[in-house]
Design a protein around this ligand. Structure first.
Ligand code: PLP
Length: 355
């Protein structure tokens, strides 16, 4: 049976990206060696990093003065690198969920943190709209897509202070105005690549503004200066990122990804709203196009396990919601096909008919 991968992360990748990466793990660049056993300084690996950087620049229209780097440590390490590199006295955070809260917690180790708004009062089901950005803070940190709660800021906000965004779970799903940000970062395993690599797009002249000493590996300048090659980078994940960047380019770039995301969301949210059994969890105006969260209506709560088993029997993988929200979550990243969304909808309809 065909499986549809709705996992929130690590998550679906285009089949050809997986096949190309697998092939390079057997024989990289006709060298007779595996991608797993070559040096990151090998002559034929540098072009992989160079092309990945160049494709990022091209796909996202990254202006001059920014550098794309590939790191280890995940978005979670960035939570601490951000204040280490940017927080001199005070930072502002917008709290839109668990990941945002974790980012904020790290910043508190380095200085004063102002939470400018939070949607914790309604279990993070919405993106706060009314807040004031303190102009005396060193930066504002936002989480553009809240993977667990299915909410998203699918727009680039204006900030009078340097803007820093965790884009782990909606990166490369839409065009972004990079010039509005001092730093964009995220773990690759949601929409960019296999797990094991972290991306950061950093504005070079935003660095070096803090007075503290920064350990070499945690200093963005180290990685900018050394082109992601200060130490051994995650070679295989970077290769998979390159294959995916090529795939995105060949399939119309981020404009086409955005269009597809909207089509998928229309299909799945359309059914969530129509189906008598289900209801969406996020406020409509804050709904994510990447993670579509829904629950059974109160009167159908007892069908929880039955729907999960039914969906699984139809080939739907990973639709169980996060424990903080319950219910279900259909993660629809770039590689999720319209066909996959239609299969999920058919499954929801069939389940409704049974009840
Ligand atoms: C998954 C996720 C993270 C954590 O990423 P790691 O790479 O596992 O550290 C952080 N932020 C968001 C928005 C996420 O979805």
């Amino acid at each position: 049976m065909k499986k549809y991968n709705f996992n929130a992360g690590p998550s679906i990748l285009p089949r050809e990206v997986i096949e190309q990466t697998a092939a390079a793990c057997l024989d990289f660049d006709n060298s007779g060696l595996s991608l797993m056993e070559i040096s990151h300084r090998a002559k034929n690996f540098q072009p992989v990093v160079d092309e990945a950087e160049a494709l990022m620049k091209e796909l996202l229209d990254i202006p001059e003065g920014y550098k794309t780097i590939f790191l280890g440590g995940g978005a979670s390490l960035e939570f601490c690198m951000v204040p280490y590199n940017f927080l001199e006295k005070k930072a502002a955070y917008l709290n839109t969920g668990v990941w945002a809260t974790k980012a904020e917690k790290e910043a508190k180790l380095f200085g004063e943190v102002v939470e400018i708004a939070s949607s914790a009062d309604k279990n993070f089901t919405y993106i706060p709209q009314n807040y004031t950005i303190p102009t005396d803070a060193d930066y504002l940190h936002i989480t553009t897509n809240n993977t667990i709660y299915g909410t998203e800021m699918r727009y680039d906000i204006d900030s009078p202070i340097p803007l820093i965004a965790d884009m782990s779970s909606d990166f490369l799903s839409r065009p972004i105005d990079v010039s509005k940000y001092a730093l964009i970062y995220g773990g690759a395993q949601k929409n960019l690549a296999m797990a094991g690599v972290t991306f950061a797009i950093v504005k070079e002249d935003a660095l070096g503004k803090v007075s503290r000493q920064i350990p070499t590996m945690l200093d963005y300048r180290t990685h900018v200066k050394k082109g992601s090659m200060f130490n051994t980078p995650p070679v295989v994940p970077i290769y998979s990122a390159l294959m995916n960047l090529r795939y995105i380019k060949a399939h119309g770039g981020v404009v086409a990804m955005d269009k597809l995301a909207k089509q998928r969301a229309e299909i799945v949210y359309g059914e969530i709203d129509r189906n008598k059994l289900f209801v969406g969890t996020a406020e409509e105006s804050s709904r994510s196009l990447m993670n579509l969260t829904f629950v059974l209506k109160p009167e159908y709560q007892e069908l929880q396990d039955e729907f999960l088993a039914f969906a699984t029997s139809k080939g739907m993988v990973g639709v169980k919601g996060h424990r903080d929200v319950g219910g279900f979550r259909a993660s629809c990243y770039n590689a999720m096909s319209i066909e996959g969304c239609e299969a999920l909808v058919a499954c929801m309809k069939e389940f409704e008919a049974k009840h």
